[in-house]
Design a protein around this ligand. Structure first.
Ligand code: ADP
Length: 209
């Protein structure tokens, strides 16, 4: 199954993709995570994109498309994948169109107030990438990861100024993709407001078990 997860930042795409990856046994390819791994590893690409991510701006299309092309060539992605956070522009969608034939585009639908509340309360484990929320999904012990005991951190781009910018970038650059894929009859909408298991259950309904 070749899937794209589309929707505003904070809609829970990453959380649901982690569940779907286990269930459907296909890799979860998150461009945000790939970039963050480069930043953490101090690679040349990481150095190039660090400030861009910190501001909540988009990495240039050519860089992003090449990174995705390389990842999709890996063996595990041959029979299926979940692309999370890509494409984010029409140019990226056109490039993806040349690479693969998608089965479905899952559009996560969520109101702006809920998005802001989710993003500002999000905390992550810097080692495993596990995602928590201060009120919706707190760790067992305040401020530390349940498994590793590492202090949780807030992503730079989850700070208020960057959140505002990401939402604007989403509206301007990524939102038009919903229409782009609707005209190709690929879009299924799911309500992203309930809890992760409930959202996952509605995903199973639209994708099949
Ligand atoms: P979220 O969906 O929560 O905004 P991501 O982890 O998907 O966060 O992405 C974080 C950041 O990585 C983006 O704000 C952007 O700077 C960069 N990024 C991720 N995917 C893309 C993409 N397809 N094109 C350009 N930049 C991207």
């Amino acid at each position: 199954m070749k899937l794209v997860f589309l929707g505003p930042p904070g809609a829970g795409k990453g959380t649901i993709a982690a569940l779907a990856r286990e269930h459907y046994r296909i890799p979860h390819i998150s461009t945000g995570e790939l970039f963050r791994a480069h930043i953490k590893g101090h690679t040349p690409l990481g150095l190039e994109v660090e400030a861009i991510l910190g501001r909540g701006d988009l990495v240039p299309d050519d860089i992003t498309v090449e990174m995705v092309r390389t990842r999709l060539c890996e063996a595990d992605a041959r029979s299926g994948f979940i692309l999370d956070g890509f494409p984010r522009t029409i140019a990226q969608a056109d490039a993806l169109d040349q690479m693969v034939r998608l089965d479905k585009v899952v559009n996560f639908v969520l109101d702006e107030e809920v998005i802001i509340a989710r993003l500002s309360g999000r905390r992550v484990c810097p080692v495993t990438g596990k995602i928590y929320h201060l009120t919706n999904n707190p760790p067992k012990i305040d401020g530390v990861d349940d498994e590793t005991g590492e202090p949780l951190i807030q992503r730079d781009d989850d700070r208020p100024e960057a959140i505002h910018n990401r939402l604007e970038v989403y509206q301007r650059q990524t939102f038009p993709l919903i229409e782009y894929y609707r005209t190709r009859s690929l879009v299924v909408d799911i309500d992203a407001s309930p809890t992760p298991p409930e959202v996952f259950a509605s995903l199973e309904v639209v994708l099949g078990r």
